[in-house]
Design a protein around this ligand. Structure first.
Ligand code: CTP
Ligand code: ZN
Length: 151
């Protein structure tokens, strides 16, 4: 028997599932989803076998770019991106923590040479306890992910 969905199914768009609880709101902000007029349904702190509690975001009529998926992987390495067409899941992309993160984020160090050179910021990614730390390739300073993401 198909169990009842915790958040109503969508017809077409993207479902980001298995987001660690507490990260869903950050993703909405970071991807500026609330500035759009897209229909978005969210579930925060839903029970999850895998995570205990999870957040879920359902964005109608919207696909995510590779750059956005990279950003997502930082906040929600456990997440799955599901593409929905005609009420069916047509593609599923599991996220994972990248080793290197290029583009999308600027180095928080205002003295970093990456700001004066025509280069994309680039960080080495390292998990540390519950946090993810990012080390800039150019100035070699290390930052917490929330600092880099500016949230
Ligand atoms: N979903 C949705 N609308 C649809 C189809 C699916 O919102 N028309 C959502 C489901 O609620 C679920 C996610 O998309 O959160 C993935 O759907 P599905 O692959 O059917 O669920 P699971 O098998 O539980 O996925 P997983 O194995 O990734 O946990
Ligand atoms: Zn730097």
């Amino acid at each position: 028997m198909k169990k009842k969905l915790q958040v109503e199914a969508i017809c077409k768009g993207t479902v980001i599932d298995h987001i660690p609880a507490g990260q869903g709101a950050k993703i909405l902000r970071r991807l500026q989803l609330l500035d759009s007029e897209l229909r978005i349904t969210v579930g925060f702190n839903l029970p999850s076998e895998q995570l205990g509690l999870k957040d879920i975001l359902k964005v109608e009529n919207r696909l995510f770019t590779t750059k956005e998926a990279n950003e997502l992987s930082l906040f929600a390495p456990t997440a799955t991106i599901n593409v929905i067409e005609d009420y069916e899941v047509t593609r599923k992309f599991p996220m994972s923590t990248p080793d290197v993160l290029e583009g999308g984020f600027d180095c928080p160090n205002s003295n970093c040479i990456s700001h004066n050179e025509p280069v994309e910021a680039c960080f080495r990614v390292r998990k540390q306890d519950d946090d993810i730390r990012l080390k800039c390739k150019y100035c070699e300073k290390s930052f917490s992910k929330d600092i880099v993401a500016g949230i």
